[in-house]
Design a protein around this ligand. Structure first.
Ligand code: BG6
Length: 547
């Protein structure tokens, strides 16, 4: 079955056109006869002939995510027929060897059915490998020749997407070289775009420095800074949930919301990335990027349209409104030995390439305030960590409790709060908890929930999460990419905390057992406000009472 990876969005796009394809047996997302909603004018969203050059063609990211995503795009018919994929890396490989290594990875991932094979063979015929040093002008001269050859074959299409799937120290040098070789120059008939992977800087100064450096070569509209969380369907759905429904927005403010919790819990440890992680830590690795993107989408004001800059401006404003985070509102932790999902896990300090006395945090919990009219006084609690009890990324919006007075003379001693939980992954969906009368003569209240699970409504998509990102870049839609000011606003919000922690390394580093829900200090951080974290579970319970 040829799955349409953008199936859900297609129903939005096809306003007035042919009806969206539906899998038999699956309930319809839109009731019969309901008007389709045009999320934005999507005309011109079919990719034009182009070449894509991946720097870091032999790397893990290319193998695990970029090339599998391309294969899914082929399956979905979302790549232009005139397409070339050029891989550049330091290793001495032939095109044939490169193709074979990628094919092996593909087999390991089990993606091997007949349709996949067709998609793969479509792609293989368009793949070329070029050995080259990312810092040598010679590499870029040869690349220019190779691109010209491809362009000649594709009937002259000169559009090129450069994908920087390399270590961050190469971002600046590669963009410099693209500039020197004239490869970043656009013309009326040819666009040149550059996807830059994470991490974009390691603090505010380095992010600003990198922005300034690449802006000497590229205009902002040529730069596509990746935050892969924005490629997740459930993250993209946050804006649809908020702005395509009438029931949430009137309640979405300090008058009705008590607090918000954002959790990104992982069961994995550092997985052989000890060297990288020692320099990074949980705060840099997850907060100014992934967690802040979730925060921005939950908290932003409505944009005037879904155009990239309209959305990104509102997200940036929200991040700019974060109060400076003080150490008293932050907890850092590091995992010790323990058991995760039934498997014994060694302490972080025993991971390869990790110092025996490492003070790097593998867990962070924060309390944030947003300094604007909508959110004044509403705390946002964020937490993320490695080697925790379960893998779950979720946002819980807890509403203010109803007044109790009416129930004073009943057996009810407490009214639970309503909570809207957005399950970003796994078990994607959302639920709203509320109170219901337990059947019987007395007034007794029970907590119940309304639940929506993606799998009940939409066919599963073959996706590694990078499909939409690559596709959107090919069609020139920068909405799911970070703008320079967004990245800088995010670093700015955490810079004070980074400085404070650097000056007191390990002072307040709290140990937690691998497989637990994190350090006790994180529970105290939220308990001092009379609140409690949502439990960390991978499969959700239909109803989870508020604390
Ligand atoms: C990456 C971090 O950006 O995101 C990793 O560097 C982390 O440490 C990963 O594991 C989490 O992403 P996902 O999509 O697996 O939740």
């Amino acid at each position: 079955m040829n799955q349409d990876i953008t199936g859900a969005r297609a129903s939005l796009r096809k306003a007035g056109g042919e009806p969206a394809r539906r899998e038999t047996g699956a309930p319809r997302a839109t009731p019969e006869g309901a008007p389709a909603i045009a999320a934005e004018s999507r005309s011109g969203r079919q990719p034009v002939p182009a070449s894509m050059t991946i720097f870091g063609a032999g790397g893990d990211l290319t193998k695990r995510l970029v090339v599998p995503a391309l294969r899914h795009l082929v399956r979905a018919g979302k790549l232009p027929d005139q397409f070339a994929l050029i891989g550049v890396d330091h290793n001495d490989l032939t095109t044939e060897q490169w193709r074979r290594t990628l094919a092996e990875t593909m087999k390991d991932s089990g993606a091997d059915d007949a349709v996949d094979k067709d998609a793969w063979s479509w792609l293989v015929h368009r793949m070329h490998y070029m050995r080259g040093d990312f810092t040598e002008p010679e590499t870029f001269k040869r690349l220019e020749r190779l691109l010209k050859e491809q362009q000649a074959r594709q009937g002259g299409a000169e559009n090129v997407l450069f994908y920087l799937a390399v270590a961050d120290r190469f971002f600046g040098p590669i963009v410099d070289q693209l500039g020197r070789a004239g490869l970043a120059r656009q013309s009326e008939n040819a666009w040149r775009r550059v996807i830059i992977e994470k991490p974009f800087g390691h603090d505010l100064a380095s992010a600003k420095g990198l922005n300034a450096r690449i802006r000497e070569v590229l205009s902002e509209e040529q730069i596509y800074r990746i935050d892969h969380f924005l490629g997740k369907e459930t993250v993209q759905n946050i804006l649809v949930l908020r702005f395509a429904n009438g029931i949430f927005e009137p309640l979405w403010n300090r008058d009705h919301i008590d607090h918000v919790q954002i959790t990104a819990a992982e069961t994995v440890g550092v997985e052989g990335r000890g060297r990288f992680y020692e320099q990074t830590g949980a705060l840099r690795d997850m907060v100014p990027n992934h967690l802040f993107q979730l925060l921005a989408m939950i908290g932003m004001e409505p944009p005037i349209s879904f155009a990239a800059n309209a959305v990104r401006a509102k997200k940036t404003e929200l991040l700019q409104a974060i109060h400076p985070i003080v150490p008293a509102d932050a907890v850092r932790g590091q995992y010790g030995a323990g058991t995760v999902l039934g498997k014994e896990v060694r302490a972080y300090r025993y991971e390869p390439n990790v110092a025996a006395d490492s003070a790097t945090e593998t867990y962070v919990a924060l309390k944030l305030g947003i300094d604007n009219w909508r959110w004044a006084g509403v705390p946002f609690y964020l937490r993320t960590g490695k080697a925790l009890a379960a893998r779950t990324t979720q946002i819980a919006v807890q509403f203010r409790r109803a007044p109790y007075s009416l129930f004073r003379d009943t057996p009810v001693d407490r009214l639970p709060a309503n909570i809207l939980t957005l399950r970003i992954q796994p078990d994607e969906g959302l639920s709203v908890s509320f109170s219901a009368k337990r059947p019987g003569a007395e007034i007794e209240i029970d907590g119940v929930a309304m639940d929506f699970a993606y799998r009940d409504y939409f066919p599963p998509l073959a996706s590694v999460g990078y499909e939409t990102l690559i596709y959107d870049c090919l069609v020139g839609d920068a909405t799911p990419f970070q703008r320079a000011d967004t990245v800088e606003a995010a670093w700015c919000a955490v810079q004070g905390l980074l400085d404070a922690w650097e000056h007191a390394p390990g002072n307040d580093l709290h140990a937690y057992a691998a497989g637990s829900a994190g350090p006790d200090a994180a529970d105290r951080l939220i308990a001092r406000d009379g609140r409690a974290w949502r439990p960390i579970r991978s499969s959700h319970k239909r109803f989870e009472p508020s604390a």
